[in-house]
Design a protein around this ligand. Structure first.
Ligand code: GLA
Ligand code: ZN
Length: 657
């Protein structure tokens, strides 16, 4: 697979020139140079502007734009342009239009509206991909391929039902096996013929989690097949050009761990909400970085200022766009890109933030901030690119487990996977610890500690792997509502935590669900910390209690346990208790914070010999750099013992040992 060797930090974004007359394109080139833009993504939604009907193609405008970019030394992130079907396509081939979960078939309109099982879509989209690759694949401006755009949107049509049945036949072999895996004997729902299995529309069968999880798996695979069909064409015509598609972080419908295997480089679109927590942004960057063994990735889209699709589209305050760009870089991004270059003159996204506003003025705040960042990035040259983030702690994230947790009816509607995950991530973030977020199937041997919050679904092989990891000296921690079901959501016959019972030395007898108003406490090291949502009643079978419950009929019973290096949190603690419990777990595991201290609002991440320091807070902070000798690549100033970070300030320290 080709690699994207970054020549420097890429800086640019989505460019949709077809909305303006040619005269504007020259102004675009001028402004791009002033903004330090070195890459443009196009033509993401260009299908209808390129192909007027099945026989009529018009590449003339795109030829000119690509030549102009090339003449200005701006590289092209070339989209296959298949993300929005033009009116003629949907009119001629209505089978392309997807059916939503509510059972209603779409009419023409919007984008990403295709059914992944439509043969016509696969044929037309790969034809377009082939035409794009034939025409531009060998153009020197083209740096990488951008397949479609933000894939997603499952379909529930009859064609999908039929392909689902075939997918099931491959996976399970017999209908008996399907009936067993999904426990169809419940409510007497046993299937007697394959044809009875349908896509789980809202008004169809949605009471069997095994079916729902398999349908999600199938749709993720079916949509991926559309992407793979385009990739196959690209690999044939341009085997040396790297390929990506832009992902969406914690996007539930697609199992990105599977998707990542088809990509040469990971890219994703980060749109933090107003007042987003830095830990939340860091979590998503870490999740995306972990898709491909920590290789550098691309921030394909961020808004330079505001969005248009929130209820209140606040402006990014001065300095925030720069800070969040460097945060992405700290977490492994080697490309900082925006949606969008220029505000559309009309339609849905005309008020979405852009580098160039409607007035197209260089003295606009946003343009100035982008241009200043562009200069800074250019001054970094090759110094930051290609390095990997250092982390001794892995958090395990699994999409299929996410589906399993949230399709579950009981024990609590508050059992939300990303919520508990973020609580653990945030606690580690507050302790100043850099974390990788990886699949349970990843190679864990390089980590000192592995944490799997709410791993309800334990797949074959995991228990053996993690046991080997612990036997080799690693520290493992998992939590309440873990080890409950296998990969088709059947309960483990030995109860909970299923195949992890021996390793953890416990039997979880019952789980109490607390309402939002209720709380219990965890008595840990002489302090009482609040906990809630879920409280397991744990029987020790080889483990010892390290904390007990303070209240209710199970007061005094184990709340947190350990058996050697295998730890279990039987309840969902609030921040303070979680931090206290994690701190002692990590100290024992030999993991310390990146700069030996945690400072309110300051994030420190190491990438190779670079130390990124980011002040997310509104007050200046003095940071002791832990005895390192360093040069700040942004100011070129040598730093010996400490430095002051301004509010929203950033330093990139090149450390000399
Ligand atoms: C997504 C899409 C873009 C644009 C932005 C707006 O990320 O990929 O085309 O619509 O959202 O925020
Ligand atoms: Zn369909």
């Amino acid at each position: 697979m080709p690699r994207l060797d970054f020549p420097y930090v890429l800086h640019g974004g989505d460019y949709n020139p077809e909305q303006w007359p040619e005269s504007v394109w020259d102004q675009d080139m001028e402004l791009m140079k002033k903004a330090g833009v070195n890459i443009a993504t196009l033509p993401v939604f260009g299908w209808g502007n390129i192909q007027k009907d099945e026989e009529t193609w018009d590449f003339s405008w795109l030829d000119k734009v690509i030549e102009k970019l090339h003449a200005n030394s701006i590289r092209v992130c070339l989209a296959t342009a298949t993300a929005a079907t033009p009116p003629w396509v949907d009119q001629k081939y209505p089978d392309i239009l997807r059916t939503d979960q509510d059972g209603i078939k779409r009419r023409h309109g919007s984008r990403h509206t295709f059914c992944p099982c439509s043969e016509n879509f696969r044929r037309l989209s790969t034809n377009l991909t082939r035409a794009m690759a034939d025409r531009y694949g060998h153009h020197p401006a083209v740096l990488l391929w951008h397949v479609s755009n933000e894939y997603g949107n499952p379909c529930y049509c009859d064609a999908c039902s039929a392909e689902f049945r075939t997918w099931l036949q491959h996976r399970y072999g017999s209908l008996d096996e399907v009936n067993h895996r999904w426990n169809m004997a419940f409510w007497g729902q046993t299937y007697t013929d394959w044809s009875q299995i349908e896509a789980p529309q809202d008004k169809a069968q949605r009471n069997f989690q095994g079916l729902l999880i398999d349908y999600d798996r199938f749709q993720s695979d079916a949509i991926l097949n559309c992407c793979k069909a385009e990739i196959e064409v690209l690999r044939e015509i341009t085997p040396d050009i790297p390929i990506t598609t832009n992902m969406m972080g914690t996007f539930k419908a697609l199992d990105y761990h599977k998707w990542a295997k088809e990509m040469d480089i990971i890219s994703w679109d980060s749109y933090p909400a107003r007042n987003a927590e830095p830990a939340d942004i860091a979590f998503r960057h870490s999740l995306m970085r972990g898709l491909k063994e920590g290789e550098p990735w691309m921030l394909m889209e961020q808004t330079p200022s505001q969005q248009n699709w929130q209820a209140f589209n606040s402006l990014k305050r001065p300095g925030i766009m720069r800070l969040w760009s460097y945060q992405a870089m700290a977490h492994g991004a080697d490309a900082i890109m925006y949606f969008q270059w220029r505000r559309s003159p009309g339609a849905q996204e005309m008020f979405h933030g852009a580098v160039v506003e409607h007035a197209a003025r260089e003295d606009a705040r946003v343009f100035q901030e982008v241009a200043t960042l562009g200069k800074e990035l250019a001054s970094l040259g090759t110094q930051t690119v290609g390095t990997k983030v250092e982390s001794k702690v892995a958090l395990l994230f699994d999409w299929e487990n996410w589906w399993a947790v949230e399709y579950s009816s009981g024990p609590s509607i508050m059992a939300k996977y990303c919520d508990i995950f973020l609580d653990y991530f945030r606690a580690l973030f507050s302790l100043g610890i850099t974390v990788d977020v990886v699949s349970p199937e990843a190679d864990l041997s390089g980590y000192s500690a592995v944490i799997a919050p709410m791993l309800k679904m334990v797949k074959p092989g995991f228990a053996a792997n993690i046991t080997r990891f612990v036997e080799a000296g690693g520290y493992f921690l998992t939590t309440t509502f873990s080890g409950i079901v296998d990969e088709t959501d059947r309960a483990f016959e030995n109860g909970y935590p299923g195949p992890l019972a021996d390793l953890l030395g416990i039997w979880v007898e019952e789980t109490d669900a607390l309402s939002p108003e209720e709380q219990n406490t965890v008595q840990l090291g002489g302090t009482s910390y609040p906990c809630g949502k879920l409280c397991d009643r744990i029987q020790l079978e080889g483990a010892e209690a390290i904390a007990t419950y303070g209240e209710d009929f199970y007061a005094g019973e184990p709340a947190l346990t350990r058996k050697g290096r295998a730890f279990y949190h039987g309840t969902w603690m609030e921040a303070e208790g979680l931090q206290a419990a994690l701190e002692s777990f990590l100290t024992e595991a030999g993991v310390s914070s990146t700069i030996g201290q945690s400072i309110e609002g300051v994030e420190a991440v190491k990438r190779g010999n670079l130390l990124f320091l980011l002040n997310h807070g509104k007050v200046a902070q003095l940071v002791d750099i832990n005895g390192y000798k360093a040069v700040d690549l942004l100011t070129k100033a040598p730093i010996s013992s400490s430095l002051e970070l301004q509010p929203f300030g950033v330093a990139i320290l090149q450390i000399t040992p």
